[in-house]
Write a protein that binds this ligand. Structure first.
Ligand code: AMP
Length: 281
């Protein structure tokens, strides 16, 4: 596996692959890799000739009181994991390489960036869209793979790619869970054993809503209230938001009907976790 840390080095490789007619698959990550990340790598290996993974803990997408400094990092373990997963190239730039002094350019995906997680994390998706656009330009992928765990993120990146006529196809891959239902996340590493147990309330409450909807519930407010009540019954958990929205424009739904995204963010102790389900009713 090649490890590249400079933008110039990565661009030179991308140019070479292009000349050789190779299709590049790209998996952007913030590292501290788990099976969810690996599922994206496997999909890329199936569909592309070359698989590039980036590890970049993007400072601009963290709010001033968020966990940028303590975000878990383990490059050695991640590299071994990627090598074993058959990844061709790891792009591992530092912040100064991506944002040289005087950096000023940002991308917005208006109307989508301020909903759901964007309400509690102002500026987050502008920063995500910006860094992903830069990474696409540097790596030159024909395909880029994102997880459905971050439903709003992949929607925003897909919209950006379409609106800007990018040559990168954005592929959404299924959400990977632990056997007990907890969505895999690098941030699960923050949880104490008690918090890890309490965190099950996210997936349990979503599964409850799924059953209620299958049994005929169509009132979004009632479904949301049920999810909230389940989360509020867990002493270590605190709701940030629970919403049922149209998965294309993220506008809140009054009625559970057609394509529905139920998304939530919950603090378990001081760790903010997200989860969601997609339904077609
Ligand atoms: P992150 O390192 O958390 O920024 O995530 C990098 C990519 O992995 C994003 O596209 C995420 O949506 C995806 N990802 C993270 N966790 C999961 C999961 N549990 N299942 C599927 N994809 C995931």
């Amino acid at each position: 596996m090649k490890v590249v840390t400079s933008v110039a080095g990565m661009k030179a490789l991308a140019r070479q692959w292009k000349k050789e007619g190779k299709k590049v698959g790209f998996v952007p990550t913030m590292g501290y890799l788990h099976e969810g990340h690996l599922s994206l790598v496997r999909e890329s290996k199936k569909r592309a000739d070359i698989t590039v993974v980036s590890i970049f803990v993007n400072p601009t997408q963290f709010g001033p009181n968020e966990d940028f400094k303590k975000y878990p990092r383990d490059l050695e373990k991640d590299s071994a994991y990627l090598e074993k997963g058959g990844v061709d190239c790891l792009f591992y730039p530092d912040a100064a390489e991506i944002y040289p002094p005087g950096y000023r350019t940002y991308v917005e995906v208006r109307g989508l960036q301020d909903r759901l997680c964007g309400k509690s994390r102002p500026g987050h998706f502008q920063a995500v869209a910006t860094v992903v656009l830069k990474l696409f330009d540097i790596v030159g992928p024909g395909l880029a793979f994102f997880g459905a765990k971050d439903a709003q993120q992949v929607l925003i990146i897909g919209k950006m790619a379409a609106d800007l006529d990018l040559d990168t196809e954005v592929v959404t891959c299924p959400l990977v869970r632990d056997p007990d239902g907890l969505a895999l996340s690098s941030r699960n590493a923050y949880l104490s054993p008690e918090e890890r147990k309490a965190a099950l309330v996210l997936s349990i409450s979503l599964r409850w809503a799924e059953r209620a909807i299958a049994a005929g519930e169509r009132d979004a407010a009632k479904a949301i209230a049920g999810i909230r009540a389940a989360i509020e019954a867990e002493p270590l958990a605190r709701v940030d938001y629970v919403e049922a929205v149209d998965p294309v424009n993220l506008e809140p739904l009054a009625e559970i009907c057609g394509d529905v995204l139920i998304a939530l963010a919950v603090f378990v102790g001081s760790t903010r976790l997200i989860d969601n389900i997609r339904l077609h009713v």
